[in-house]
Design a protein around this ligand. Structure first.
Ligand SMILES: [Zn+2]
Ligand SMILES: [Zn+2]
Length: 246
């Protein structure tokens, strides 16, 4: 099950927090990005933060990573003792470590171990291969180094793809092929980002059954999706707190 914990771009979007995803399988929860209060959003979606088996941070922008110290603090005060794997490309892990250092996290008494795992910046790099999930990542086209993801839940072998922030690119088409769902950003056309219609073209090329748009700008509504649906009819706007069966 995919939970859309947040679906907004980092603008003044009423009713949407930053784009954060949680994938749930057999009681395990994998979190993707934490620009906002990820624990609050998990709880609002009925997910137990104690069941978190890992965090993937796609890139070093604040709307994808800025909530990390709060996430770690809440898990720590909530009694977590299990190590927390944090996966990211080198530039994202560097900012993540410095954020935690700024708040003095290494001195927090009894803080669980954070297991830093670097994602190599090459197509279909292995990220996670644990009891519940298999994840691969490929570089995408953004203002900073960034990766898109293909996340498979091992319980049923189903998969979804997530573009993170990117211009339309072949890497996302490749990640999305054969998946049941593409979660693609639709911030708007411009350097490092995509419009809804551009995301629809990526979904069409990948041949996925469903496209869910996230990283949404203020004011975007269903009525604005005519161009996108002309290219790829199965296009929907991500709903804050929405759940989608993978
Ligand atoms: Zn970004
Ligand atoms: Zn972003």
């Amino acid at each position: 099950m995919l939970h859309l914990l947040g679906t907004g771009a980092p603008f003044l979007v009423a009713g949407r927090t930053t784009t954060m995803l949680a994938v749930e399988s057999d009681g395990a929860v994998l979190l993707v990005d934490c620009g906002g209060d990820a624990v609050e959003r998990m709880q609002a979606s009925g997910l137990n933060p104690a069941h978190l088996t890992g965090l993937i941070v796609t890139h070093a922008h604040a709307d994808h990573l800025g909530g990390l110290p709060l996430l770690v603090e809440k898990l720590w005060l909530g009694g977590r003792t299990a190590p927390l794997p944090v996966y990211g490309i080198a530039s994202a892990l560097d900012v993540a470590r410095r954020l935690l250092d700024l708040f003095g996290a290494p001195e927090w008494k009894g803080l669980f171990e954070i297991v830093w795992t670097e994602i190599p910046e090459r197509p279909r790099a292995e990220v996670v291969d644990d009891a519940h999930f298999r994840v691969v990542a490929s570089p995408v086209v953004h203002a900073l180094p960034n990766v898109g993801l293909r996340i498979e839940t091992k319980a049923d072998g189903h998969a979804l793809a997530y573009s993170s922030d990117t211009e339309p690119c072949d890497a996302v088409v490749d990640l999305a092929r054969g998946t049941r769902l593409l979660v693609h950003e639709a911030t708007g056309e411009g350097p490092g980002h995509s419009s809804a219609a551009q995301a629809a073209a990526v979904a069409q090329q990948a041949g996925v059954p469903l496209l869910v748009l996230v990283h949404l700008p203020p004011g975007l509504s269903d009525a604005d999706l005519a161009d996108a649906r002309a290219v790829f009819p199965a296009t929907v706007l991500g709903k804050e707190g929405g759940r989608l069966r993978v």
